[in-house]
Design a binder for this molecule. Structure first.
Ligand code: FES
Ligand code: FES
Length: 163
């Protein structure tokens, strides 16, 4: 029987960036996504994996204050950039205003969907897409599961954007 050649190890890349203000400087397989790095290597499991192909919004977080689907971002592309996850929103035991607004407006979905919804809401507000409910709905539409709390989510984003 012919001996199969040993495949070459995948190429690696060194990347330096921050996650929630903490500097990350590491060599990783160049195919590693931000989502997998967070969940499997940094123990930051607040960001959830849904479709893993950029369709559901469950893995939404911020890179340099802009929303991204972290399952579609390679770690190799993050050099010198700032990543903020759901774990990085609260400050000194105080919830972020969007987290508080989700509580105040009973806007929680399941534990799987809520982190991405909150991160998307933070981005929606900082991007200025909150003129009215239609605009909020449009710019939150990347987070697709709306089992129950869609009107409450709109209300929470509206309130946090003016508060
Ligand atoms: S898990 Fe990233 S968009 Fe669905
Ligand atoms: S599956 Fe999470 S709220 Fe519907």
């Amino acid at each position: 029987m012919a001996v199969q050649p040993t495949p070459d190890p995948p190429p690696t890349v060194r990347t330096r960036f921050t996650v929630n203000g903490v500097e990350i400087d590491r060599e990783s397989d160049c195919r590693t996504t931000l989502l997998d790095l967070l969940r499997e290597q940094l123990d930051l499991t607040g960001t959830k994996k849904g479709c893993n192909r950029g369709e559901c919004g469950t893995c939404t977080l911020l890179v340099d204050e802009r929303r991204v689907n972290s399952c579609m971002i390679l770690v190799a592309s993050l050099h010198e950039r700032r990543v903020t996850t759901i774990e990085g929103l609260a400050r000194d035991e105080r919830l972020h205003p969007v987290q508080q607004s989700f509580i105040d407006h009973d806007a929680f979905q399941c534990g799987f969907c809520t982190p991405g919804q909150i991160m998307s809401a933070v981005g929606c507000i900082s991007e200025g897409h909150t003129r009215d409910d239609d605009e909020i709905r449009e710019w939150m539409s990347g987070n697709i599961c709306r089992c129950s709390a869609y009107p409450q989510i709109t209300a929470a984003v509206r309130a946090a954007s003016v508060g």
